[in-house]
Ligand binder design. Structure first.
Ligand code: ATP
Ligand code: MG
Length: 262
């Protein structure tokens, strides 16, 4: 039986790297309180590809994702989405770009007072006003079926497990059919079986939708399963970027140590 990793490799072989990357970051620098959290980061991700970003706590992984959707502004360097630098954009232009990016926040961040279905409907209500209520409801059902949550429409976030909350967060991130998907720790806090199920779900979504994805994770096994490429961040820089085998073959002391501890 093909493993998730084999499938990811097949997906790699079935796509090419031509054209403008969906996401490209150059020389990105972000300073907080005099400390450069990101200090010259370069990354790019093309359609159908997944980059996993690894690194210890506090190395700026979440900041990187927030820069990609314009929730933070860079001190220098560029963030290009579909070739367009978003740094100088006005809020309304940024809003247009954000609609094309699905984002799963580190702490699932569902609205506690809304049901599962209402959470997923939220982006549609705000950005797909042309859809009728029943069209929106159909779409919500379809999205929740895609993540295996079609039985739990009326439940409240507090009544479902962490893994289920992540699934609902994923369904919400997919509501506007994004071309780019950013996932911040999609398996953190989950047991190994639930983590594996979320990884399988991410792989399935990638196969079906061919998005460019960036997944921040502490979980090397998960990174290896879902990503074509892995990047390790440390002290504001990308220490190494490549396939899991590239990382394993690296002579860089930090990389060897990181792999040993992960
Ligand atoms: N808005 C902010 N103002 C000041 N400092 C910030 C802000 N956002 C992040 N930081 C700091 O930037 C650093 C990187 O934070 P970030 O949340 O990106 O880390 P992380 O790599 O995602 O960590 P973790 O793995 O624990 O989620 C931390 O030292 C954090 O305190
Ligand atoms: Mg984080």
């Amino acid at each position: 039986m093909a493993t998730a990793y084999d499938n990811a490799m097949k997906q790699e072989a079935a796509t090419d790297d031509s054209g403008v990357p969906f996401v490209a970051v150059e020389n990105l620098r972000k300073v907080f309180a005099g400390r450069a959290v990101l200090d010259g980061v370069n990354l790019s991700v093309s359609r159908g590809k997944t980059l996993a970003v690894l690194g210890r706590s506090g190395t700026g992984k979440s900041v990187l994702l927030r820069l990609l959707i314009g929730l933070e502004r860079p001190d220098s360097g560029s963030v290009c989405i579909h070739g367009q630098d978003i740094a100088g954009l006005a809020l309304d232009q940024l809003g247009e770009i954000r609609k094309r990016i699905g984002f799963l926040f580190q702490h699932a961040a569902l609205y506690d007072s809304l049901t599962v279905a209402e959470n997923v409907a939220f982006p549609l209500q705000h950005h797909r006003k042309e859809m009728s209520k029943s069209e929106q409801a159909d779409r919500v059902n379809q999205l929740l079926a895609e993540v295996g949550m079609e039985e739990d429409l009326e439940k409240m976030p507090s009544d479902i497990s962490g893994g289920m909350q992540k699934r609902v967060g994923l369904a919400r991130a997919l509501a506007l059919e994004p071309e780019i998907l950013l996932l911040d720790e999609p398996t953190a806090g989950l047991d190994p079986i639930s983590s594996g199920e979320i990884d399988e779900l991410i792989l399935k979504l990638q196969r079906e939708r061919m998005m460019a994805s960036i997944v921040v994770t502490h979980n090397l096994h998960s990174a290896r399963t879902i990503a074509n490429r892995l990047a390790i961040l440390n002290e504001g820089k990308v220490v190494i970027q490549g396939s899991f085998e590239d990382l394993q073959q690296s002579d860089i002391g930090f990389v060897k140590e990181f792999l040993k501890q992960s």
